[in-house]
Ligand binder design. Structure first.
Ligand SMILES: NC(=O)c1ccc[n+]([C@@H]2O[C@H](COP(=O)([O-])OP(=O)(O)OC[C@H]3O[C@@H](n4cnc5c(N)ncnc54)[C@H](O)[C@@H]3O)[C@@H](O)[C@H]2O)c1
Ligand SMILES: [Zn+2]
Length: 236
């Protein structure tokens, strides 16, 4: 691997937030905080029972608001401050806001974020850590009952891809932290980066689905392994 990179892209998944006490997606047989993924993370589930979906994300919002960033999130801030790269971006599949809490910059929430709701009537984005439900009135168009958590459900398009695609092509180093490589299209990002010439490294607890696309694998808790790697990168 080369010692200096102009552009670095860091892709993160639920595993980076595990040490902050937030449950990963597939930790127990497709359940996410004791709910079936189909019920709380699909458009059909939302249409079937919007109140249940709102309740789920309102609860998760409270849990996330209490959570604190861990050494892996903080190491990204350090890398962004101390590594002389032109551009270090964070593309996250996480809906939590721990990257922001840790002071990370250039963060793209491609699967949405918990502290936002989108109005299905006018497209307005409401930013709040408060509850949103089937009776919430859109502050922009003033229609009631049209707010959806701004979470990308299965089958919906990812957010910010116009920004992320050039970053994938430009990066000289692609780092993946805590993602199982199961959920597409994010699982395919490494392939694009590699095709355009990036070095690729992953930090994970268990073998990932797309592990053959990485040059290097670091197994262990990201809160322990990633800060060490950042020190090495900074030293050059
Ligand atoms: N914190 C969150 O915002 C959150 C939490 C759960 C799910 N989600 C959503 O779930 C989807 C799931 O895909 P995913 O790939 O992100 O998660 P995943 O649950 O499918 O995979 C987690 C990965 O992280 C690894 N891991 C677990 N603990 C780790 C640790 N301490 N250090 C390093 N690696 C660790 C696991 O080995 C696994 O490969 C995403 O689309 C995301 O939007 C988000
Ligand atoms: Zn509206």
């Amino acid at each position: 691997m080369s010692s200096k990179y102009q552009n670095i892209l860091i892709l993160t998944g639920a595993g980076i937030s595990a040490e902050s006490g937030l449950a990963t997606f597939r930790s127990s047989n497709g359940l996410w905080n004791n709910h079936r993924v189909e019920d709380v993370a699909t458009i059909e589930g939302f249409q079937r029972n919007p109140a249940l979906v709102h309740d789920f994300y309102n609860d998760l919002k409270k849990e996330i608001q209490k959570a604190k960033p861990n050494p892996a999130h903080l190491a990204i801030t350090k890398l962004q401050k101390e590594y002389p790269a032109a551009n270090i971006s964070v593309v996250t599949q996480n809906v939590d806001t721990l990257h922001e809490k840790a002071g990370n910059k250039n963060v793209y929430h491609i699967h949405g974020q918990i502290n936002q709701a989108v109005c299905l009537n006018c497209g307005h984005i409401l930013e709040t850590f408060g509850d949103v439900d089937t009776e919430t009135i859109c502050p922009h168009c003033e229609v009631m009952g049209m707010m959806k958590p701004n979470i990308v459900f299965f089958g919906e398009n990812l957010l910010y891809m116009d920004k992320v695609e050039p970053l994938l092509r430009q990066c000289g180093l692609f780092i993946s932290i805590g993602t199982s490589g199961v959920v597409y299209p994010a699982a395919g990002f490494v392939q694009t980066a590699k095709y355009y010439g990036a070095d690729t490294i992953e930090f994970t607890l268990e073998t990932t689905n797309n592990n053959y696309l990485f040059d290097k694998h670091v197994y262990g808790k990201a809160g322990e392994t990633f800060p060490q790697y950042v020190e090495q990168l900074i030293k050059g």
